[in-house]
Write a protein that binds this ligand. Structure first.
Ligand SMILES: O=C(O)c1cc(=O)[nH]c(=O)n1[C@@H]1O[C@H](COP(=O)(O)O)[C@@H](O)[C@H]1O
Length: 489
């Protein structure tokens, strides 16, 4: 099971957003000062008892590599033993803050393949190139270090100003580095910074981190409530909090952690019940009407595929926005998801070849042809007066059935012109698959012309999702609404 699904299942099963920092750290986990120098065997017993106390009340464990490294080669053995103590249905996060020009590849292989760790904290300063070795592992995740609460870090994190700070630019930049299932954010325990990160990235999972005393401060209502208000998403989720270590030193650690978990859940419930986006309540769990492509829609917006301002359309009309799906080719993670979404539709259709409408849909059609191992052709936009002078590029047999791929349907004219070219060469075209149906009755128009249209998304779904996620204002939402009303015949 991948990291994200394992985490969500554990959160639901144990009704908990808590993780335990499971480290051979004298300051946090030894019972008294006499025990401050424990042997590796004693540490193993101590960490095993922490797992036993918490296994049914937390959603994950976080291991800080530094504490294990500090014990030398025996520490590495301890780490491997501790990994075995954690049940396989609870995800493990390795806190390594890793990323290095030469060794990211081998480090990612060690932790994900050999140690079977589910997620790792990473440092963003070497850029996307050095995070890619972590991101290419299917089902694994990274948490990018954004902020810490160290006072001396403020001068860097909040450069040049606290409102337009470096860490917020980092949060924005990482929106295109990976999906919310693949990439979360690591944030220090400061309610104001946490709130800014949450506002900038409503869909991202946040790993809250602090030192032992900051963790213990969470026991105070006056610390806990603002942190939850700042870091939870609109569903009262999306935040992983550390178990304060003082609870693990209590005689009945399980009861102490359970009570703390219940306090958090009570605050979550109060916060979310006030939210108008929650449609249905069952005990402890809020079910939203989930838009299956929500994360993809938010990423499309974040990478600039939806632009506001007056734009002339191919039909000559002027809309107050433009949807530019051509950008997706430059962001492989998003492009990959888009091809998958088209493929889901194509899997239910019968066809001999895939045709893309130039130019915007040629990369997508190529991606689909490779993914589905089906041949591709395309109708030329303009016929060359030299060379072969072909109207259709690629090989085909007369009478074959073609599924046509396009990016967005507005009037439907460009896709139908492309389909007519294919038909004039003796091919059969019935199915047209697009990523966005602008609305306005264009699907009916296709039907009247003998085509069956299929779409991944409608513009109405996109605008609704962006509005719910606070990406667009109510005025921008209304602009979409007005221009998607049915007008075509
Ligand atoms: O030019 C457009 O009308 C247009 C507007 C827009 O917001 N996004 C967009 O991609 N387009 C282009 O318009 C084509 C579809 O327009 P119709 O032929 O009117 O359906 C798309 O394939 C794009 O080339």
């Amino acid at each position: 099971m991948n990291f994200f699904d394992k985490l969500i299942a554990a959160i639901e099963r144990n009704q908990s957003l808590l993780y335990v920092a499971l480290d051979p750290n004298c300051e946090s986990l030894s019972f008294n000062t006499d025990e401050s120098v424990l042997t590796v065997e004693q540490w193993q017993n101590r960490l095993e008892s922490v797992v036993d106390q918490t296994v049914d009340v937390v959603c994950s464990y976080k291991l800080n590599l530094g504490f294990y490294q500090a014990l030398g080669w025996q520490g590495m053995q301890l780490l491997e033993q501790v990994l075995q103590l954690i049940p396989s249905n609870l995800p493990i996060i390795l806190d390594a803050k890793y990323s290095d020009l030469n060794s990211s590849n081998i480090f990612a292989r060690l932790i994900f393949e050999q140690w079977k760790i589910d997620a790792c904290t990473v440092s963003p300063y070497t850029g996307l190139d050095q995070l890619t070795p972590f991101l290419v592992y299917p089902g694994k995740a990274v948490f990018v270090l954004c902020t810490t609460a160290n006072p001396s870090a403020t001068i860097l994190q909040e450069y040049p100003t606290s409102e337009q700070s470096l860490y917020l630019q980092l949060v924005q930049e990482t929106q295109t580095w990976g999906t919310p299932e693949q990439l979360g954010l690591e944030v220090g325990m400061m309610a104001d910074t946490l709130a800014r990160v949450r506002k900038t990235a409503p869909e991202r999972l946040i790993l809250l981190e602090g030192d032992t005393s900051e963790e213990n401060d969470l026991m105070e209502e006056s610390e806990l409530t603002p942190i939850l208000a700042a870091g939870l998403n609109e569903n009262g989720e999306g935040l992983l909090l550390p178990v304060p270590h003082c609870l693990l030193r209590e005689e009945n650690g399980n009861q102490a952690v359970t009570e703390f978990r219940d306090r958090i859940n009570k605050i979550r419930t109060q916060d979310v019940q006030g939210s108008p986006t929650c449609n249905l309540w069952l005990p402890d769990i809020c079910f939203l009407e989930h838009q299956p492509h929500r994360d993809l829609i938010l990423q499309l917006y974040d990478i600039g595929c939806i632009i506001f301002g007056e734009h002339v359309q191919s039909s000559g009309e002027v809309f107050p926005y433009y949807v530019d799906l051509r950008r997706i080719i430059s962001i492989p993670q998003v492009f990959h998801q888009i091809v998958s979404a088209y493929a889901e539709i194509l899997e239910g259709l019968e066809f001999d070849r895939i045709a893309g409408i130039p130019y915007g849909s040629l990369p997508t059609a190529t991606g689909l042809a490779l993914r589905m191992e089906r041949p591709m052709i395309f109708p030329r936009k303009e016929v060359k007066s030299y060379g072969t002078g072909r109207l259709i590029e690629g090989h085909f047999q007369v009478g074959e059935k073609i599924v046509v791929i396009d990016d967005i349907l507005i009037t439907g004219n460009s896709v139908m012109q492309g389909a007519e070219k294919l038909k004039s060469a003796g091919l059969e075209v019935e199915d047209i698959v697009v990523f966005i149906d602008h609305g306005r009755g264009v699907m009916d128009k296709l039907k009247k012309n003998g085509y069956q249209g299929h779409t991944v998304l409608t513009l109405a779904e996109i605008s609704e999702t962006l509005y719910q996620a606070n990406r667009i204002s109510s005025q921008e939402f209304d602009l979409f609404k007005e221009s998607t009303e049915p007008t075509l015949s």
